[in-house]
Design a protein around this ligand. Structure first.
Ligand SMILES: C/C=C(\C)C(=O)SCCNC(=O)CCNC(=O)[C@H](O)C(C)(C)COP(=O)(O)OP(=O)(O)OC[C@H]1O[C@@H](n2cnc3c(N)ncnc32)[C@H](O)[C@@H]1OP(=O)(O)O
Length: 719
């Protein structure tokens, strides 16, 4: 809806009303059209102000409407009618003016923003472009380079930056509607043509061709196959080179392709998935809206290796006092120096003062006695973690939340080491912890809903995308990853090279293929884990690691590479070769190719030609299959949780929505058929055997992903 009122005698005030963000639903658009007509019709109205209810101007088009047939008045003529109005129209912007919201403001003759407002055209993040004239008006208003930046990234700007760019005419700390009403009265009777952005041409930019070429190259590189950023560049190019009407036609054409694309559906799914994960529930029935978090004032981090340092920085930057504990003096000093550097660099980037005094350093674990929440981040070794939890149980004040940053060890076992197991949860950060957005919050069978609510609340406060998951080996992310990596290794045995596998995955949209990624993170980490699991142990008779371990096919290829001291970038050799240790640019390594040839010969394996499709199907479908098992086991509450974990923690290309959404797009019958095919070819690989839930979903007519939870409930209640 939009309400119309006459204020200050002759100002027509139009208020957008659609909580919580005044999204432009059909009803709101109709309300605006009716109100504008009324304002122009009534002779008492001399000028118009458009504002939003409840402290927010407008969050843009109603994204939920995109999945159904469009109804109600379209945006473009509505905005045009505002721009051509004979009475001055002023946008009174507060909270947010995003997407279609900003496009309405660009159609107004003047824009006044509250100082706390954020403005932007984030359509690209939804797989779209600003197609209600935004791609044509913004470059005309602020110039091509700035418009290219905002439209291709979807970046929100502050009111101060918007003023600097010329996007708004005035910024105020006062009530923005009051200011806009007064301002509107002051411009009655002034000529409006110069205020109609569509009548301008773009401000001159030198070397326009070169600018577009450079931007296109940069955008293609960053987009990893996403089509919307490329279309955004094309639309802005049209604004810079064509008259407005032709530019609008180009904008329409480009949008027609994007709007129905699978990428737009994936990105819009991600938008809602990211919000859905906040509404967590536990198998006990406890939920986000019925569980109260405990207050957390003081925090502590135990163990200041790479992860502990990043966690301490994240907590301090969010305003938490942190006691940072490391029992080795030398390591403590090194950590202090590294953390201070991280805080200083972070503060410089954000233009704020570094919060060095938020962190107190100590060698004594007793110093965490007063903390409300402790995060253990010591070496990934169960015996060591057990000891730390026993100590914490004796030291910490009653009610303190005890968290572990383990990436896969048993939370329940750690809980069994303490007096209050209900206060133990996992807080699994991803490296580098102060940069990566994902946090898996892991509850065990004994964790209380209050403990989970507290960890989720802290996760939100420190700016992480926090996903609540159940306890199992590897939780969600690493449990699925194991199958992806396993298939990649099998493909090497069967004839692929690391670069072939990586190329297929990178073309799919991953920032790095599996082998490039493992060179970056260090091959020794996985080796240690495999040894810990009793894998990667040589057969006493042959002295070689067997290709069958624990009753199933196993590839020792990665272990053999590690035995050569090839740990990836840090040693200058891994799956690729590097000019120097620490260098980031890897080249295909003939040594690896020869090693694989010898390995195959030794094991009587005949190399065959492997294409990109097989790489994708085996690596991704085996991982997706495990995702279905995770849903079946109740470790993740829904497919959105898994997808958000993969998009934010494992560089899964967002425009493909996450592994479970990808399966839905490919079609569950096809995923099932390909898994059956590969399992028949590799019966000794259990991860290729289609799981029950996948079979049942297919048997139930392969419902859309939004309905999986319903079908899962139905299936479970029938068992
Ligand atoms: C063509 C395309 C055109 C013309 C477009 O305009 S595309 C839309 C462009 N706009 C956006 O991309 C903005 C999306 N929204 C946001 O960025 C944020 O919601 C916000 C900055 C506006 C507010 O943030 P915050 O206060 O944190 O609130 P939430 O993000 O949690 O949102 C609250 C609930 O509102 C729902 N929502 C938000 N925006 C939209 C929208 N444009 N359409 C439909 N629904 C929207 C959001 O899903 C939350 O709902 P629940 O999860 O609570 O059910």
């Amino acid at each position: 809806m939009a309400a119309f009122a006459r204020v200050s005698g002759s100002v027509g005030l139009i208020t957008l009303q659609n909580p919580p963000v005044n999204a432009l639903s059909a009803a709101v658009r109709q309300g605006i059209v009716d109100s504008v007509q009324r304002a122009l019709r009534e002779p008492e109205v001399k000028c118009v102000v458009i504002c939003g209810q409840n402290g927010i101007f407008c969050g843009g088009a109603d994204i939920r409407e995109f999945s159904g047939p469009m109804s109600g008045p379209p945006l473009i003529p509505m905005i045009h009618s505002i721009e051509v109005a004979a009475k001055p129209v002023v946008a009174a912007i507060e909270g947010s003016a995003l997407g279609g919201g900003l496009e309405i403001a660009l159609g107004c003759h003047y824009r006044i923003a509250h100082s706390k407002t954020r403005l932007g055209l984030p359509e690209v993040t939804l797989g779209l472009l600003p197609a209600a004239g935004g791609s044509q008006r913004l470059p005309r208003l602020i110039g091509v380079p700035a418009a290219l930046d905002l439209i291709t990234t979807g970046r929100h700007v502050t009111a101060a930056e918007a003023l600097q760019l010329g996007m708004v005419d005035q910024v105020t700390d006062r009530n923005v509607t009051d200011v806009a009403v007064k301002f509107a009265l002051s411009v009655v009777g002034k000529p409006l043509d110069a205020r109609r952005i569509s009548m301008h041409s773009c401000p001159h930019s030198p070397d326009l061709d070169e600018l577009f070429e450079r931007t296109m190259q940069h955008v293609r590189q960053r987009a990893r196959g996403a089509i919307a950023p490329v279309a955004c560049v094309q639309a802005v190019r049209a604004a810079a080179t064509l008259p407005y009407a032709q530019g609008m036609e180009k904008e329409r054409e480009l949008m027609a392709t994007l709007f129905t694309s699978g990428q737009a559906r994936a990105l819009q799914y991600c938008f809602f998935a990211q919000r859905a994960i906040g509404r967590w529930s536990m198998p006990s029935g406890a939920r986000w809206d019925t569980s109260k978090p405990r207050p957390v004032h003081k925090t502590a981090v135990i163990g200041l290796g790479t992860m502990g340092r990043g966690i301490a920085v994240t907590l301090a930057q969010a305003g938490f006092p942190v006691i940072a504990v490391e029992n080795h003096e030398k390591q403590l000093m090194a950590a202090k120096q590294a953390i201070s550097g991280m805080l200083e660099r972070g503060a410089k980037r954000r233009g704020v003062t570094p919060v060095l005094n938020k962190i107190t350093y100590s060698r004594d674990i007793q110093s965490v006695a007063n903390a409300d929440l402790v995060i253990e981040a010591v070496f990934e070794d169960m015996a060591l973690k057990e000891k730390v939890f026993q100590q914490l149980s004796a030291i910490c004040k009653p009610g303190a939340l005890l968290c572990t940053n383990t990436s896969g060890l048993n939370i329940d076992h750690l809980a069994s080491q303490v007096r209050n197991p209900e206060l133990v949860v996992g807080m699994h950060f991803f490296a580098p912890a102060h940069v990566m957005k994902l946090l898996e919050v892991v509850y065990g069978p004994r964790s209380s809903s209050e403990a989970l609510a507290t960890a989720m609340a802290v996760g939100k406060k420190i700016g992480k995308v926090s996903v609540a998951v159940g306890n199992c080996q590897g939780f969600v992310g690493n449990r699925m990853l194991e199958h992806y990596v396993e298939q990649a290794l099998f493909l090497l045995e069967e004839g692929a090279t690391p670069e072939l596998v990586d190329q297929a995955l990178e073309e799919f949209g991953f920032a790095m293929g599996v082998f490039r990624m493992s060179d970056l993170s260090g091959l020794d980490i996985g080796w240690r884990v495999r040894k810990g699991k009793g894998l990667a142990v040589p057969d006493p008779t042959t002295g070689q690691t067997a290709r069958v371990q624990q009753g199933r096919r196993y590839s020792p290829v990665a272990d053999l590479i590690c035995e050569q001291g090839r740990f990836g970038q840090k040693t200058g050799q891994g799956w690729y070769q590097y000019n120097t240790p620490g260098s980031r640019v890897g080249k295909p390594d003939p040594w690896v190719h020869n090693f694989l040839k010898d390995y195959r010969a030794r094991h009587g394996l005949v190399a065959r030609r492997i294409d990109h499709q097989e790489v994708l199907e085996r690596c991704l479908y085996s991982m997706i299959n495990e995702g279905f098992r995770i849903l079946e086991d109740g470790i993740a509450a829904g497919p959105e949780d898994i997808d958000v974990i993969y998009v934010f923690g494992y560089s899964w290309p967002r425009h493909r929505g996450g592994p479970m959404f990808y399966a839905h797009m490919v079609g569950l019958p096809k995923v099932l058929e390909r898994l059956e095919h590969y399992h028949q070819a590799h019966p000794d690989v259990p991860s290729l055997q289609p799981c029950n839930l996948l079979r049942k979903l297919v048997a139930n007519g392969s419902p859309p992903i939004q309905k999986w939870k319903e079908v899962m409930k139905k299936i479970n209640s029938r068992l």
